[in-house]
Ligand binder design. Structure first.
Ligand SMILES: Cc1cc2nc3c(=O)[nH]c(=O)nc-3n(C[C@H](O)[C@H](O)[C@H](O)COP(=O)(O)OP(=O)(O)OC[C@H]3O[C@@H](n4cnc5c(N)ncnc54)[C@H](O)[C@@H]3O)c2cc1C
Length: 398
């Protein structure tokens, strides 16, 4: 595998850090999406093969539930407790415990410690195939570990939140386009409408109001979607975001707005705009969208198309009126991606407590490790190797 130089790219790293080139995993049937790239599996399957060859035992269907330490707030880490298909098990650590449970973005209470706006409605990249539960951080905090650099989660240094790529479905992350024959399609439910030209739609919040230029993608757009921008004092969570469009948009986009392309819980249609607002029956739309407000929003936007300018949000040359029934509301709520905060460690990947003291026998790497705003596999692989090496060198006491 090679790391790519992002010094001039969107990540603007100061050195080569991000996973770039890796071998594609050759067995296509083991991949769950239609995404042609299989580089992630190209790394992980190769590591698995090497670990098994060295005698590593991989316990699937085991869930770590706690870390066992000599005393609740002091002493060495002795192992973990876990459940294995309902059975409680204890696993002793000969050298140490290395936490690599990934991020925390699926855990709503955990993610709201960093940002109270991140309520239940947001999608999480990777779900529902894999979750980011924050289990490692929670187990370590229960024995005295602390988080570090929590601002990294919110300082807008990385892509911790993304605009959705596929709309009208619950899961719309750009590199995960689920085909209907996916073995987990019963959980995915819909592939979503693809290749959205944001000129064809307006985006409204749960109150039926536009909030930003629909063509935008950056942090200002996402902050506005979260219900907060500029010097606003609202910090309560933004609620669902809906793309509103008409029959002409369907024709221009060549979409087929029926299941399994759309999910009936996340996609609605009606013959008038006001009926459309009333038709939205979604678990995250906690109060009805005011029909008169949505009507005003559409009428006002159509006047911007006539004028060729958008005085509200500066969408460049708004192109298409929303005027031909049926009208549609399609789920477009943003997606949480990276966990950019986790457990405090030192450079040897040893987990530290609030006093900066090493918790003997506890290591952490990957998205559950904190301290820097860094996307991706480079972070996991570099510190995973350091943590493994340090644990292997340990005499079991330090
Ligand atoms: C859709 C998507 C696309 C991405 N694309 C890229 C890319 O192109 N380049 C890049 O560099 N990065 C990419 N990333 C980011 C990258 O995949 C992650 O940063 C990386 O996988 C994190 O590795 P990790 O080992 O920390 O966690 P993970 O890979 O999330 O692994 C954590 C593992 O721990 C398990 N686990 C969690 N809790 C427990 C528990 N209690 N008991 C037992 N097991 C548990 C989980 O099931 C999981 O298997 C992408 C991420 C996503 C979701």
């Amino acid at each position: 595998m090679q790391f790519t130089d992002e010094a001039t790219g969107p990540g603007a790293a100061s050195t080569v850090r991000r996973q770039g080139t890796a071998v594609q995993w050759p067995i296509k049937s083991e991949i769950m999406t239609s995404e042609p790239s299989r580089r992630g599996s190209g790394i992980v399957r190769a590591l698995e093969k090497a670990a098994r060859a060295k005698g590593a035992k991989i316990l699937l269907k085991h869930k770590m539930t706690s870390i066992v330490r000599e005393n609740p707030g002091s002493g060495r880490v002795l192992g973990i407790t876990a459940t294995a298909e309902g059975r409680a098990v204890r696993i002793e650590a000969k050298k140490g415990v290395l936490l690599a449970t990934g991020g925390h973005t699926s855990n709503v209470a955990f993610r709201r410690m960093f940002d109270p706006r991140l309520t239940e409605e947001y999608q999480v990249a990777g779900e529902p195939y894999s979750r980011q539960p924050g289990d490692g951080e929670l187990a370590a905090m229960a024995i005295g570990a602390v988080l570090w650099g929590t601002a990294s989660q919110t300082v807008e240094a990385g892509a911790w939140l993304n605009k959705t790529a596929y709309i009208g479905c619950r899961w719309g992350y750009s590199s995960l386009h689920w085909p209907a024959d996916s073995p987990i399609f019963d959980r995915i439910k819909a592939t979503g409408l693809a290749s959205v030209d944001w000129q064809n739609v307006i985006l409204v919040n749960q109150s039926g109001r536009r909030f930003y230029n629909e063509l935008a993608t950056g942090h200002d757009f996402l902050n506005a979607a979260l219900g907060y921008s500029g010097n606003s004092t609202r910090l309560n969570g933004g609620g669902p975001i809906w793309a509103i469009f008409d029959a002409d948009a369907i024709t221009r986009q060549k979409w087929d707005p029926r299941p399994p392309n759309v999910d009936p819980e996340y996609f609605f249609s009606a013959d008038t705009i006001q009926e459309l607002a009333r038709a939205i029956a979604n678990p995250y739309q906690t109060r009805p969208m005011p029909a008169a407000v949505l009507q005003d929003t559409v009428t006002r936007y159509n006047s911007f198309v006539d004028a060729g300018t958008d005085p509200d949000f500066k969408k460049p040359a708004p192109r298409y009126k929303i005027q031909k029934p049926p009208f549609y509301a399609s789920w477009s709520t943003p997606i949480l991606h990276d966990s950019l905060c986790g457990l405090r460690t030192n450079a040897r990947a040893q987990v530290l407590d609030m006093q900066g003291q090493v918790i003997p026998g506890l290591y952490c790497a990957g998205e559950s490790q904190g301290g820097f705003a860094q996307h991706g596999l480079g972070r996991a692989i570099v510190f995973g190797r350091i943590a493994g090496r340090e644990a292997a060198r340990s005499n079991g006491r330090t």
